[in-house]
Each structure stands twice: as C-alpha cells, then as structure tokens.
Design a binder for this molecule. Structure first.
Ligand code: 5GP
Length: 120
C-alpha cells in the first residue's frame, strides 16, 4: 500500500508496453484491460497512467483533476462494456489487509452476471 513505487511491477510493464494486455479502453488518464484471472464475465482493471502505489497514495497525492479523470473514466469503461443496464461493482484493494497484489493503483470493474453478495 504505502512505500516507494516499484517501477518493475506488472502494471508498470503493461503501461510501458513491455508485456501485452487485452485492452478494452484508454484515454489520457487511464488504461483499462481484462483481468488475466477473471472473477466475473466482465472483469476489467482500470489503472491510471501515472504511478501510484495504491488508493492511499492516489487519493492523497493525485491532483483533483486526475482523481476526477480516473473516476469518470471508470464510468465510461462500465458504459463501454455494456454494464449500465444491469449494473456492476467497482472495487479497489489498498494495502496488506485488502490482499492487494499489484502495487500500482487499480480499480476492478466486475459485472455481466448477478454478483455474489458483497464482499466478493
Ligand atoms: P489486486 O489483488 O492487486 O487488487 O488485483 C490484482 C489483479 O491483477 C488480480 O485480479 C490478477 O488476476 C490481475 N493480474 C495479475 N497479473 C496480471 C497480468 O499480468 N495481466 C493482467 N491482465 N492481469 C493481471
């Protein structure tokens, strides 16, 4: 969650184009791609282009314009994936207790079926 940003994390490599991803959306603020181990019919990861370790880092250090840009992009991705009719879930894991695995801030967009009761 906290600590310095590791520029060798897997999402940093995806952002640099060093490893491939199944891209579903991108704009100036974010890249969105399919999770490699999907937990639902739609499971997209939305990540800022800039380097933030977790939501703790993002929420406390990103400019308001970027926070708005990333959140608006998440809504656009959900619409792009056709989830507005039936709904969806947006999750972020931040730090050790959450089980966050990749130390680059990301939102999980989950949908495409009736999801199990929270927490998934
Ligand atoms: P976290 O536990 O950090 O919130 O979620 C990390 C997510 O990244 C997991 O759902 C995992 O399946 C996904 N993931 C890990 N490595 C890769 C990868 O190389 N490519 C893609 N597309 N997803 C990955």
């Amino acid at each position: 969650g906290k600590g310095p940003y590791d520029s060798q994390n897997i999402f940093a490599k995806i952002l640099r184009g060093e490893i491939p991803c199944a891209k579903v959306f991108e704009n100036d603020w974010v890249l969105a791609f399919n999770d490699i181990a999907p937990k639902a019919p739609v499971h997209v990861l939305i990540i800022p282009r800039n380097a933030y370790v977790s939501f703790m880092d993002f929420s406390s250090t990103a400019p308001a314009e970027e926070i708005a840009g990333v959140m608006q992009a998440a809504g656009e991705v959900a619409r792009h994936m056709g989830l507005e009719e039936n709904g969806y879930r947006l999750i972020t894991n931040a730090g050790r207790d959450s089980g966050q695995e990749v130390p680059h801030f990301h939102l999980h967009l989950l949908g495409g079926k009736a999801l199990p009761a929270f927490p998934i």
